[in-house]
Design a protein around this ligand. Structure first.
Ligand code: MIC
Ligand code: SF4
Length: 862
């Protein structure tokens, strides 16, 4: 099935002319990323030469995707914007709220019971507002998007950082917070800083044990967790064309771990093959017709250093499999050095669990290559020494691999097949362990491995590798095993070696699925009721955040100075807390509980300056809030790295924290803070981080002149009476400063919508003279036209009346005709008034600061 075909057709039709227009302005060869960016400029955005890393530019993405854990907040915000239907194709996917415990079927039904309230909320909101709904069990958002919605050259946003997965189909797919999704669903422009461009040239061809995952594991090692910040990574070169479409998806997916805005590949035969293989032959045909616009210009790839800000080259033929970790995804270790590293660092050598799947690595290719190892284990009489789990990415993949016998192979090796969902990847894992703090090792084919992420245990050493390497390690149960060179002893005491994995990019018998798990929304959702129970502890309607009072911030207390890594998992932990993602006040009770307090090196233990006592972060902050004392959080580099979850910005806002001051921010988190009306500031001199003391009172003394490109001044008043005054940077543009002033971007949007709706739904002519609000020309035209028409209609009536003046009958007739004429005049006047009201509405809409252009879902309008 092809969704939103009209939108796709219109997009490919207009693509050549849009790119031609950009070429005229830019006047140099274009990268693929630039082509897609220019092709998606918002209708009111001028086409210019934009400054990479500096210019804020408005775009019109083609679609929006939301997963259950972030969709709750996104949709609660959308509901309060007062718009009847989404204006671009949008979907919701239920995948994060499914707890992995006993295996697919039981886990799924238990989770539906446990989170039923949230799933039915999401289902009814989707139904009401025209959003496609993918039920629990349908699959992980990014796999479902790749299989159904991704299209070469497209631009989409999603409320999940791994939305970038769709780069595997040549899209620019970008992870955002819910408030950004609300903008796009409301038909408003979506703002992004024009990104920098990193080019990665791939040569050679993968072979043996190496897979696509190793490309991104290697890249993560090169660029580190912040090396991609503010940049698009564009892969090209002969090696790129040898990678399967889903393999490309894997590479783009884990690009979130280097902080990249997104990653992408040029359209090629592998993508066309994937489109055809997933029932979208017509999309491949449309893309084929404009294929020169769906990849970078030849000149760019011939001399990439002239067109990209940074260029790297990786030879796939010599690339080794890698294992990254523990605790950070950018600690990249080639397999040949891994055993030594394990010993040298004293990491727990025994592997307890191997987990394959997740949105990153759960394609047919991944599963069949891993299954080839599982089959060898069974055939060679090896039983897996570690626990082993498999999470298929979608019901389509699960159904097909089951049909083709692969799940059975895993089970024979001792593996447990989990539901098609995020499960252990996001800490939704009821791990079978008796000590939740025991040091131990696990290895996954997922993408993140921050402390506590998978099982809540801070001493779990989580490593990330390809599904093949993960499977081999699960069989061996030992991290010093190198599957490329070492042997294992089987149940008969014979030393056996695993052969290189083999698999299929596509199912030889094609994909199949009985029920993919999709629910289309109602055509007219106006009568659909969305209910939130008053006493719900899972869902809570949002109240608007307070507007700025126009004054400087004086006397703020330091809530916490976070030391080292402070990811969104540290700010708003997932796992068991996922259940409160729709209830701001409840989830606020986990705020910053994972952050390390600089002063005592403890987590969730900070000084309350009002009492001098130490306590949990959320409780301390609530005490400040109750006392009406504003607070500030100070942090290190890449603050807010990781997830797109806007809870990490909304919770501090809800609890009364006013400022986040750090050495640097991760992109999505910085935007989320701005959107929620917080002040996101960075040190001009990083060394000033050391000047802040635990008992400080802190002021911002020039907030009243908050302006773009103008530093702010902060004063730290220390306990001993001394003080430090420092300068801090911000990246707010004029529009974003308005968000701050209004209390949040949503407040501003609601205000603008109310202005438009308030004026345009005002009663026409009779009750409120339209002429009062209409522009001058409209008023003139409308005033004259009815009179003219009335005169015209009355003329013949007067003639007839004069001729038959003698006859009573005639008089009667005249009266009748005259009456008719008057009626017709009245009708004409009514029509004219209607027209006038329409014109007035148009005028009001134009006059509103931000246009809310009606856009039909499924149709792209530029
Ligand atoms: C993740 O991988 O961390 C998540 C869970 O998918 C998040 C979204 C979330 O926090 O809900 C992400 O990557 O954006
Ligand atoms: Fe789900 Fe994990 Fe992918 Fe996030 S990274 S979307 S939690 S599978």
């Amino acid at each position: 099935m092809i969704f939103d075909f009209d939108m796709l057709e219109a997009f490919y039709k207009q693509l050549p002319s849009r790119i031609a227009k950009a070429r005229k302005v830019v006047n140099k060869p274009l990268t693929l990323s630039e082509k897609i960016l220019y092709a998606h400029l918002h209708g009111e955005q001028h086409v210019g030469v934009f400054n990479r890393g500096k210019s804020y530019v408005n775009f019109s993405p083609d679609r929006v995707a939301m997963q259950d854990a972030t969709a709750q907040m996104a949709l609660l915000q959308f509901m309060s914007a007062g718009i009847p239907k989404v204006r671009v194709p949008s979907t919701v996917h239920c995948d994060h709220l499914i707890l992995a415990k006993d295996g697919a079927q039981k886990d799924l039904s238990d989770s539906i019971t446990a989170s039923g309230e949230v799933f039915s909320f999401l289902e009814s909101v989707s139904n009401k507002f025209g959003i496609g709904f993918w039920r629990p069990g349908a699959g992980i958002i990014h796999q479902v998007v790749l299989e159904n919605y991704g299209f070469p050259g497209g631009m989409m946003i999603g409320t999940d950082s791994h939305t970038v997965n769709a780069g595997g189909l040549g899209m620019l797919a970008i992870g955002v917070g819910g408030a950004d999704a609300v903008d796009v669903m409301a038909g408003m422009p979506w703002e992004l800083k024009w990104p920098k461009l990193i080019g990665i040239k791939l040569t050679g061809k993968l072979g043996g044990w190496t897979s696509s995952k190793d490309v991104i594991l290697k890249v993560a090692g090169i660029l580190t967790v912040k090396g991609g910040t503010g940049a698009i990574v564009e892969y090209f070169g002969p090696g790129a064309r040898t990678l399967s479409c889903t393999g490309k998806g894997t590479i783009c997916n884990m690009g979130a771990e280097i902080g990249a805005t997104t990653s992408t590949f040029g359209y090629d035969e592998k993508m066309a093959e994937y489109l055809r293989g997933t029932g979208r032959k017509a999309v491949a045909e449309m893309a084929d017709k404009v294929k020169e616009h769906l990849t970078g210009d030849p000149e760019v790839y011939e001399s990439p250093e002239k067109y990209f800000d940074e260029v790297f080259e990786i030879d796939l033929s010599t690339l080794e499999p890698h294992v990254n970790g523990p605790f950070t995804p950018d600690r990249a270790i080639p397999i040949s050095e891994f055993a030594n590293e394990v010993k040298k660092n004293n990491w727990p050598q025994r592997l307890e669990v191997g987990l394959i799947g997740s949105c990153t690595n759960s394609s047919y290719e991944d599963i069949t290559r891993s299954a080839s190892l599982a089959k060898q284990a069974v055939d060679k009489k090896l039983q897996a020494k570690a626990e082993f789990t498999i999470t298929p990415g979608s019901e389509q993949v699960r159904y097909t691999v089951e049909r083709d016998g692969y799940l059975d192979v895993f089970e024979r090796m001792g593996g447990v097949v989990l539901a098609n969902a995020c499960g252990p990847c996001i800490g939704q894992w009821s791990r079978h362990t008796n000590d939740p703090n025991r040091a131990n090792s696990i290895i996954t084919s997922f993408n993140r491995n921050f402390a506590k992420r998978n099982d809540g245990n801070p001493n779990t050493h989580a490593f990330v590798a390809s599904p093949e390497i993960t499977t081999a390690f699960a069989i061996a149960g030992d991290l010093t095993f190198n599957p490329l060179t070492d042997t294992l002893t089987n149940s008969e005491g014979v030393a056996v070696k695993l052969d290189e994995p083999t698999g299929f990019e596509f199912p030889p018998r094609g994909f199949e699925v009985k029920d993919a798990g999709y629910l289309a929304p109602a055509k007219d959702g106006s009568n659909v009721q969305v209910k939130i129970a008053d006493n719900s502890n899972r869902l809570q309607a949002l109240s608007p955040f307070a507007t700025w009072d126009g004054r400087n911030l004086i006397g703020m207390k330091l809530l916490i100075k976070a030391k080292g890594k402070c990811t969104t998992d540290h700010i708003s932990m997932a796992g068991p807390w996922l259940r409160f993602r729709g209830h701001l006040d409840n989830i606020a009770n986990n705020t910053l509980t994972g952050a390390l307090n600089y002063y005592n090196e403890k987590t969730d233990n900070v000084k309350n300056q009002l009492t001098g006592e130490y306590g949990a972060v959320p409780a301390t902050q609530r005490a400040y809030k109750a006392a009406g004392v504003p607070t500030i959080v100070v942090g290190d580099h890449n603050y807010g790295e990781g997830s797109s979850r806007e809870h990490a910005a909304m919770q501090p806002r809800h609890l009364g924290i006013r400022v986040i001051l750090v050495k640097s921010f991760a992109r999505i988190h910085e935007t989320n803070l701005k959107k929620q009306g917080m002040l996101a500031l960075t040190f001009v001199n990083e060394g000033d981080y050391d000047k802040i003391q635990e008992d400080d009172s802190i002021d911002i003394t020039d907030l009243t002149s908050f302006a773009p490109d103008k530093q702010l001044t902060m004063v730290f008043h220390h306990k001993d009476g001394s003080k430090d005054s420092i300068k801090v940077n911000h990246t707010y543009n004029a529009g974003q400063i308005e968000w701050f002033k209004a209390g949040s971007a949503l407040n501003l949007m609601a205000k603008q919508i109310a202005v438009v709706a308030g004026s345009s739904t005002a009663k026409p002519a009779a009750q409120k003279p339209a002429s009062k609000v209409a522009s001058k020309p409209a008023r003139k035209a409308s005033a004259k036209r009815p009179v003219k028409v009335a005169k015209k209609a009355a003329k013949p009536v007067a003639k007839k009346a004069a001729k038959k003046a003698a006859a009573k009958k005639a008089v009667k007739k005249v009266a009748k005709v005259a009456k008719k004429a008057v009626k017709s005049v009245k009708k004409t006047v009514k029509k004219a008034t209607k027209k006038l009201v329409k014109a007035v509405k148009k005028v009001i809409k134009k006059a509103a600061p931000r246009k809310v252009a009606p856009k039909k879902a499924g149709k792209k309008k530029k």
